[in-house]
Design a protein around this ligand. Structure first.
Ligand code: HQG
Length: 178
């Protein structure tokens, strides 16, 4: 399998559907690496530990992280709400402004109801415009919303920073969207 194919498979398994290869995840989204390799193989997806490690190291968005002794792996963000895991990240203080990349067709509803998690565990926000552009481009012509995250935080909203630099929060009410 190519690194990209392994990344796509692991995004599916570790964020959304571990049952695809009957893989147990713990409450914080971690999977045992040996079990992951074995279960993928049993379901027709062949890759070695070395291939896995180089994919994780070289992944463009650093989507996956190992624990210290590399016996466990998880996705750093992007999990489905239905998976019911907790990343167990400490609350963090965001910069004054963060960005959310979306597309025009969602903007009116976002103006009405704020940015919602939709199907994920958190709303995903970016620290830089370039990343937000890329996130929005997945769905069409990107439209970037600027979030008054500093004010949100001072008003008591909790933020988390994922291991790969994505800012996470529960929702962004309309009044914090510029
Ligand atoms: C939109 C990728 C209508 C929201 C990226 C987005 C990210 C609303 C879509 C990560 C809404 C949800 C997450 C509302 C939000 N009404 N539409 N009230 N609130 N939306 O995929 O942020 O490449 O769940 O704007 O890089 O696009 O997979 O979230 O367009 O980090 O690693 O509903 O996924 O990472 O879409 O992307 P998503 P997202 P990977």
């Amino acid at each position: 399998m190519t690194p990209k194919a392994i990344s796509k498979l692991l995004s599916l398994i570790l964020r959304h559907n571990p049952d695809k290869v009957q893989l147990p995840l713990d409450a914080h989204g971690w999977a045992d690496v040996a079990t992951l390799l074995q279960q993928c193989k049993a379901h027709g997806f062949h890759f070695s530990r070395t291939e896995l490690e180089s994919m994780v190291a070289e992944n463009d968005k650093q989507r996956f992280a190992f624990n210290e002794d590399k016996t466990r792996i998880r996705a750093s963000q992007g999990h489905s709400l239905s998976l019911n895991i907790s990343l167990d990240l400490p609350p963090a203080t965001p910069p004054e402004y963060l960005y959310h990349g979306t597309v025009g067709k969602f903007v009116q509803q976002i103006r009405n109801t704020g940015i919602q998690k939709v199907s994920r565990q958190h709303v995903h926000l970016s620290e830089d415009l370039g990343t937000a552009q890329k996130v929005g481009s997945r769905r069409g012509i990107p439209l970037i919303l600027t979030i008054r995250s500093g004010q949100m935080h001072r008003d008591g909203w909790v933020f988390y920073l994922s291991a790969n630099g994505v800012w996470l929060t529960d929702e962004v009410p309309p009044k914090y969207i510029q």
